[in-house]
Design a protein around this ligand. Structure first.
Ligand code: MG
Length: 379
């Protein structure tokens, strides 16, 4: 018997099994030994967009350290946490894993700075850029791997989970997305991803920022009392351990607190809401995936600390500004000189506005490729 079967948090009656899927856009014969959600997961892993995550910034750009997270290793951590949570809740681990692996593939180079700048450029021209919608475009349009259909032909629930990753889809808000059940919540498997993402990046950013010397342990412990207690506990248990090891011991406990809190909070919310079916989940007035109160408080404090001490530190602000200016310059260059876009994008210009084609091209770039193109065309 696995530990999952013993989990008091199990809410297996809300599991979304692959047999219940609304299916694929283009029907396919079943695979002999993989479920549809397992196939979706595997298709995502084999995309170019997934491989490019390796050279996209998470928080710290290249040059800080070879040990720090990039967007690919962050994605693997989110998948690991998501799978653990889904397993403990007895939900469909494969659907959760597929959604975790795809959750960041729409990210442009240079992390949130890149996303903000592309959105600013697009708004200037009357459109928007959003990484979730971009992820859907990647799996539906840009990834060409099958002779019989465009894109990856993913199951409905994976595409729906991409659209609703970190936002609700309001009825009528985006007519092109009307097939994704506007006004309804996604299955719990999909609801978990955004919170698993938070647990993963809050702890990972803390780890990398500590290693980079952005704060000391006493500053961290003083700013967040829960962490202060965990650090005291580690010092009591391992008085001879180096500060670095005590930090690691604290970090493991912190990950457990957040991930355990996500499992407990979600199980409690489901029981309190009294939802019995996935249909109940869809029609409930709020998402049921949530942290326990203690984990939620800790998450908020962590976020606040990371904002003031790391994300808004002069070092990272300077880097962000440099990246945003460069994106703005390259964006305008392609608007003025569309002949410099690769052939596929030039053909595409007839079907989408030029600024959408420019946005797609830049959004797909890795940090390294962006720098090379910038050097070649601008410098
Ligand atoms: Mg993420």
């Amino acid at each position: 018997m696995t530990s999952n079967n013993l989990s008091p948090a199990a809410i297996g009656w809300l599991r979304f099994p692959p047999e219940a899927s609304r299916g694929r856009r283009y029907p396919e014969t079943p695979h002999p030994y993989r479920s549809d959600f397992q196939r979706d997961r595997d298709r995502i892993i084999h995309t170019r967009a997934f491989r490019r995550l390796e050279n996209k910034t998470q928080v710290f750009g290249a040059g800080y350290s070879d040990h720090f997270r990039n967007r690919l290793t962050h994605t693997i951590e989110v998948a690991q946490i998501s799978r653990t949570v889904a397993g403990a809740l007895q939900l469909d681990e494969d659907l959760t894993e597929a959604l975790a692996l795809v959750h960041d593939i729409g990210h442009p180079p240079f992390a949130h700075a890149g996303e903000e700048e592309l959105d600013r450029q697009m708004q200037r021209l009357g459109l928007r850029f959003n990484h979730n919608i971009q992820a859907l475009r990647l799996v539906e349009v840009f990834e060409q791997r099958y002779a019989l259909f465009p894109g990856l032909n993913l199951s409905f629930e994976v595409r729906e989970g991409i659209v609703k990753h970190s936002q609700e889809l309001e009825p009528g808000a985006i007519p092109a997305l009307d097939e994704y059940l506007p006004g309804q919540k996604p299955p719990v498997e999909a609801q978990l991803i955004d919170l698993a993402d938070e647990a993963a990046y809050n702890t990972a950013d803390l780890d990398d920022a500590y290693t980079a010397g952005f704060f000391t342990l006493s500053e961290l412990g003083a700013a967040i009392p829960v962490i202060g207690e965990l650090l005291d506990d580690c010092e009591t248990h391992f008085p001879a351990a180096s500060e670095r090891l005590q930090f690691q011991e604290m970090l493991r406990r912190l990950v457990n607190l957040l991930v355990g809190g996500l499992i407990e909070g979600t199980a409690a919310a489901v029981r309190q809401a009294g939802v019995r079916t996935v249909e109940d989940v869809r029609r409930f007035n709020r998402r049921l995936a949530c942290f326990s109160p203690e984990a939620a408080r800790t998450g908020v404090a962590l976020k606040q600390f990371l904002h003031t001490r790391v994300y808004e530190s002069p070092e990272l602000v300077v880097e962000r500004t440099r990246c945003q200016e460069a994106i703005g310059v390259l964006f305008q260059f392609f608007l003025d000189h569309p002949e410099h876009l690769p052939p596929g994008y030039v053909d595409g210009v007839s079907k989408v506005p030029l600024h959408r084609a420019v946005c797609d091209y830049i959004a797909g770039m890795t940090d390294g490729y962006f720098d090379r193109v910038f050097q070649h065309l601008i410098c």
